[in-house]
Design a protein. Structure first.
Length: 102
């Protein structure tokens, strides 16, 4: 029975750790620019888009396709950067959970 209480205690610790992890990811912000520097995107570790800045010379009907392509490429680069941050923070978190019974 004591073993079960210990497992419940550890489950509570995991829940607290997960909450801290979510807050940590929310606080991590990645800033990515398009290759030509005309688009800037800021994304947090929860993959929430926080900010977009688009150069005014891209905001014309003639540049519609270029703008769409550049936005997509910049968003994909931002996603990859955030995925790296998530992996790094996950490794750090799992290092703290070292002696779980499962």
């Amino acid at each position: 029975m004591a073993n079960m209480f210990e497992m419940l205690k550890q489950a509570g610790q995991i829940k607290k750790q997960a909450g801290r992890f979510q807050k940590l990811l929310e606080s991590r912000v990645c800033e990515v620019s398009s290759p030509d520097g005309k688009i800037l995107i800021k994304v947090n570790g929860k993959m929430e888009l926080l900010y977009i800045d688009i150069s005014s010379d891209l905001l014309s009907p003639d540049n519609k396709v270029k703008l769409e392509k550049s936005l997509l490429q910049t968003w994909q680069r931002a996603q990859k950067e955030i995925e790296k941050i998530i992996q790094e923070e996950t490794r750090n978190m799992l290092g703290d959970l070292g002696n779980l019974p499962f």
